[in-house]
Design a protein around this ligand. Sequence first.
Ligand SMILES: [Cu+2]
Length: 210
Amino acid sequence: MFFNNTSATFKYQVNSGDTLYILAQKHNVSLEHILAVNPGINANRLEVDQTINMPLNAPVAVANIYGGPLRPQIAGTVILFDVPNGTWVCAEISGLPPYKPAAGGENPIGPHGFHIHEFGNCQIGDPADPFQAAGGHWNPSNQPHGNHAGDFPILFSNQGRANMCFLTNAFKPEQAIGKAIIIHQNPDDYRTQPAGDAGKRLACGIIQRV
Ligand SMILES: [Cu+2]
């Protein structure tokens, strides 16, 4: 998934009442664009629950991610697209640290806990425990960790690079503007409260309107 790739799509399940014309209007893309990414589709006979390709609209928000003192090599972007009922999130990150298995009571390094935190503040603060100014996980609906709006899948490093897109129905991109995205040193276990035992904060980026 790339920022400027006009053929980027996501899967959409047709609801009752949908027509391609209505979908084009709702998602601010052209009818021609929808037809182009669905070769052979019968535009006059959409069926409920049929899966079609929907072109991604322009991204709503982006966070430029920078590594802090524990891993200054990290750099990348996280891009938020508006999709029906939620947000399509794409992350492209480089410079992640080498994987290290758990040893001596220490958690493994990688795959990396990855979240939206509540404050859009990436000040480093204490270099031994950086980015505390970003606060805890963004959790507007007061859920347990594992179900925070800001809970993301872990970042999976491939020799330092991570590249993934995923769907979340926990928020719309607009709502996340002004918050911070944090990459942690350790995996998120999705059950330890309140932050999944993901450890120190390696990188931070503020979500900004495109
Ligand atoms: Cu976090």
